[in-house]
Structure formats: structure tokens, C-alpha cells
Write a protein that binds this ligand. Sequence first.
Ligand SMILES: Nc1nc2c(c(=O)[nH]1)N[C@H]1C(S)=C(S)[C@@H](COP(=O)(O)O)O[C@H]1N2
Ligand SMILES: [Mo]
Length: 321
Amino acid sequence: MLIKRPQDIKPSEITPESTFKQRRGLLKAALAMGLIKAAGASAQEPWPNNPTEGTPLTGLQPWPGDVNAEPTAIEHVTGYNNYYEFGTGKADPARYAHTLKPHPWTVTVEGEANRTGTFAFEDLIKGHTLEERIYRFRCVEAWSMVVPWVGFPLGDLLRSFEPNSRANYVQFFTLNDSEQMPGVRYPVLRWPYREGLTIAEAMHPLTLLTVGLYGQVLPNQNGAPLRLIVPWKYGFKSIKSIVRIRFMEEQPQTSWNMANAREYGFYSNVNPDKDHPRWSQASERVLGGGLFSARVPTLPFNGYADQVASLYTGLDLMANY
Ligand SMILES: Nc1nc2c(c(=O)[nH]1)N[C@H]1C(S)=C(S)[C@@H](COP(=O)(O)O)O[C@H]1N2
Ligand SMILES: [Mo]
């Protein structure tokens, strides 16, 4: 993966960050006063009709597990991206992803489950409570951000398809359309972009089916209209603009593993002890800290070890990276 310097980060004109902070402050105060419940009581308000870039999402529930750190400025979250379908430069997705058409959108569900078929995006999120979760997010290239994502646990959706006893893994595919995605004309990766999780990882309550950030619908460059966020794994496991979900008995192929198996394993858990063959994973650069942005030590499982380490009991994490 290419590494760009902070100067390449495009500043954005719109900065809804102050609005975010105000709203967040109100939510926290309301939580403290017992005016609202921490999770899941009220039903989600309808998904906005034909949302465009920046359309606000309302009725979001705060989440009690937020990382205790200041969120990264929105211009970094939406201006410094990896989305190779729109080019390999960090500024390319913000520049070119406007050609993606995230609405209308369908997702095809197939494989080892009782309920399969093609579903409209709106039907998939209907009835789920959207939460705002501030997660630590770490890229394999040793930079990190703190992002207020919006979504709900992927497992809540997957269970509705009634996976059968052979469903040991779940594979995900991104849209593959050269009309909308100029980058797929170049064989930098195996298209469609694909990723996989064990069924236990996919069902883990931290694994977020993500439809927004900073209280708005997902910008195209961040994977509209729906993507995964798997906070204890390197960013590349968090596949964008998903069109297909497949329940599988055998371990699925993933685009990065197919591109370079020595560098990118199936598990891809954040592990400061396991170097990438070309660089250390012991520390990370916190995005948004300016030219001399802080390097901080990387935490096992990106700080989520208490919640997820038990998924890997008995697995050699140096051999299974
Ligand atoms: N379809 C698709 N999904 C993708 C990628 C990609 O190139 N294509 N890049 C991955 C990588 S390497 C990272 S670090 C994250 C970046 O997410 P962000 O741009 O929202 O920060 O998306 C991941 N998901
Ligand atoms: Mo990444």
C-alpha cells in the first residue's frame, strides 16, 4: 500500500464537527440525567429518502463503550482514505467517489443459510436501532483515527438470515462496476474486493454494519451505503459498499490475501508483536495531529482485547496473522 504524507490530506470546506460535539454533549448530559436509555429502546426513524452527501441521520442512540479519545477531525476521516476502486492515492477516493451511486442499493445473501435472496438496503436496516459508536480504527499502514461511526451489530442482521450449522465463515463482496468505479479497470487487486470473517467474528457485538459517520449518511469515499467496521482488525478487513454476503463452510478468499499472502493473512488482527514484513506494527501515527503527529504504542487487538481475545483461544497469533 502506498504511504502518503500529511500534506496530501485535503482540507474540507464543510466541518460539521462542532455540530457533532454539541449534539454529543447533549446526548451525554441526557444519558447522565437518565432521560434516555443507553441502548436500543426506541425504533429507528425512517432512513432518509434519497439521501445525498451530508444528509443527517436522526434518532441515533449513544453507545456506552465509546473509546475515551477525541474523534479525528472529519476532514481526515473523509479526505484520507483507502478505497482502491477509486485509485490507490489517499486523496483519490474523496476526489473520484462521487461517481458511485449508493441509492438505490441491494444486497444479495447466499450460501449456508435458510433465508437467502436479494434485499433492498432499506429493508435490511428496517427495525434496527442505529447507534453512534466512537471506535478506534487502525490501518495496516500504521496510522490510526478515532471515528464516530453509525450502525448496528452485523450479527443482528446475519441472524435474520438463519445461517445453518455449516456456516463457519462469512464472505463479503464490494460492488464491481467499472462505470461507477474507475479503479477496477486496473488489476491492482482481485475484483470484486472481497473479505471474510469467521462466523464468531461476524456475530461479535463489536462488529458494526456501518451506514454513517459523524451523524450523517456514509460519504461515498467511506463505503456508502453500507460497510463493515471490525475495530480489532486492520482497516482493510472493513470492506466498503457491500453488495453480496455469503455464508460458507470453508475459509473464504480475501482480496489482500490473494494479492500478497505473506503480508496479509486471513485473520489480520491488530497485533503489535507481529511485524508486517516491510514495517513494524509496534506503534501508530495518530491522524490529524499535524506534521509532527503523535506516534503512540499500538495495543493488542487495537485496544479491544478484553472483548475479543477469547475468540482466539488456542490459536497461535504469530502464525495466524
Ligand atoms: N471495497 C474496498 N473496501 C476497503 C478498501 C478498498 O480499497 N476497497 N480499503 C480498506 C482499507 S486498506 C482501509 S484502511 C479502510 C479505510 O477506510 P476509510 O477510508 O473509511 O478510513 O477501508 C478498507 N475497505
Ligand atoms: Mo488499510
